[in-house]
Structure formats: C-alpha cells, structure tokens
Design a protein around this ligand. Structure first.
Ligand code: ADP
Length: 190
C-alpha cells in the first residue's frame, strides 16, 4: 500500500495537489476538512457538533477527528492506498494514525510537506474566498487557522522527521512543477 500524508498550512495547495495525486497513484482521498463540511451540510449529529468549531477556524477535538478518520479508512477496504489531507493535524492524531495503520498491517509511506510563507497564504486565501465563499476564509477566522497551524500542527513535522518520512517541497510556483516535485519525492520513497 502507498499511504501519503499531504501536509501544510491552510492555503498551501493540499487539495489541488491531492486531486493530481489521486489520479496518478489511484489512491483513496481522505480530506478531514471535506468530510466535516459534508457532515455540516447534511446536518448530521457530527455536523451539529463541529459546525461552530469549523466556522471559527478552531481544530475539532482529537477524539472526534480520529474516530471519524478510522471510519473513513474502513469504508475503503479495496483501496490500494490513501492520501490523508488535513490529517494528522496534531501529534496525538499522528500517533493514533500510526497505531491504527499498524492494526491493519500497513503504515505511512511518505509525508509531503508543502512549504509556503505566511504572506503568500493570505493572498491565496483572499483569492479563494472570492470563488468558494468558505466562512472560515474570513480574515479573523483565517488568522485563527494560521495560529492553530503554527501552535499545534507544526509539531507534526518533527514527529515524521524522526521517522525519516518527511519530504519538504517548495509550494510556491506552477501547480504542475510542484506536482512533479511531489511525484519525485513519492517515487523515491517507494
Ligand atoms: P484548510 O484549508 O485550512 O487546510 P481544511 O478544509 O483542511 O482547511 O479544514 C477546515 C477545518 O476543519 C479546520 O479549520 C478544522 O476546524 C477542521 N479540521 C479538519 N481537519 C482536522 C483535523 N485533522 N483535526 C482537527 N480539526 C480538523
């Protein structure tokens, strides 16, 4: 199995690059942000629970996120591998993912970390806001998300670095150039 974590701050291009990766490597895509938004849209129990948190750019508690993620993986027993987008966002999530994958006899192959500076992130999200109109792209919510990233999520990087799984990729430039750098990193990890 090829299991990839695509990692980076809000606006780094995780969603865009995930779409390319799914096609090339035939992986099942699990975006925790997309799944939460679908629950909110369908007004499920989980959706009701997380609606406020997402709208404010705050992370959903680990216990809720981890069990949802495990459910999603189990829904795809035929998958040749997964691309985890937006997960793990905390060290406990990374530890839980390792333990869960081990329990189904697989593991993370590589972690692709998209490197984009804060100024560029703000410009990109301002652009995206015009198209998608996500409530959490409003400026104060965005600052909260960037803050969550730099206070909690960034610690996931040394976690994977110590396992020699981390591949840092420059996330600024043409989408196709970034994609070819990512593909190279993945192919080298096989
Ligand atoms: P971004 O574009 O900022 O990367 P996502 O679409 O991945 O955003 O996630 C949107 C929101 O969903 C987050 O701000 C957070 O509230 C929630 N969320 C997504 N993934 C996780 C996670 N792994 N842990 C906790 N909360 C999460």
């Amino acid at each position: 199995m090829l299991n990839i974590v695509i990692f980076g701050p809000p606006g780094a291009g995780k969603g865009t690059q995930s779409q390319n990766l799914i096609e090339k490597y035939k992986l099942a895509h699990i975006s925790t942000g997309d799944i939460f938004r679908a629950h909110i849209k369908n007004d499920t129990e989980l959706g009701k629970k997380v609606k406020e948190l997402l709208a404010n750019g705050v992370l959903v508690p680990d216990s809720v996120t981890i069990s949802m993620l495990e459910e999603e993986v189990k829904k795809n027993p035929q998958a040749q591998g997964f691309i985890f987008d937006g997960f793990p966002r905390t060290v406990p999530q990374a530890e839980a993912l390792d333990a869960f994958l081990k329990s189904i006899n697989t593991s993370i192959s590589v972690v692709v970390a998209l490197d984009v500076n804060e100024n560029e992130l703000k410009i990109r999200i301002a652009e995206r806001k015009k198209i998608e109109n996500r409530a959490d792209d409003a400026e104060d919510k965005l600052l909260k998300r960037i803050d969550e990233y730099f206070s909690k999520t960034i610690h996931v990087l040394p976690y994977y670095e110590s396992q020699s799984k981390l591949q840092k990729i420059n996330g600024i430039g043409k989408v196709e150039d970034i994609f070819s750098a990512i593909s190279k990193a993945i192919d080298n990890s096989k």
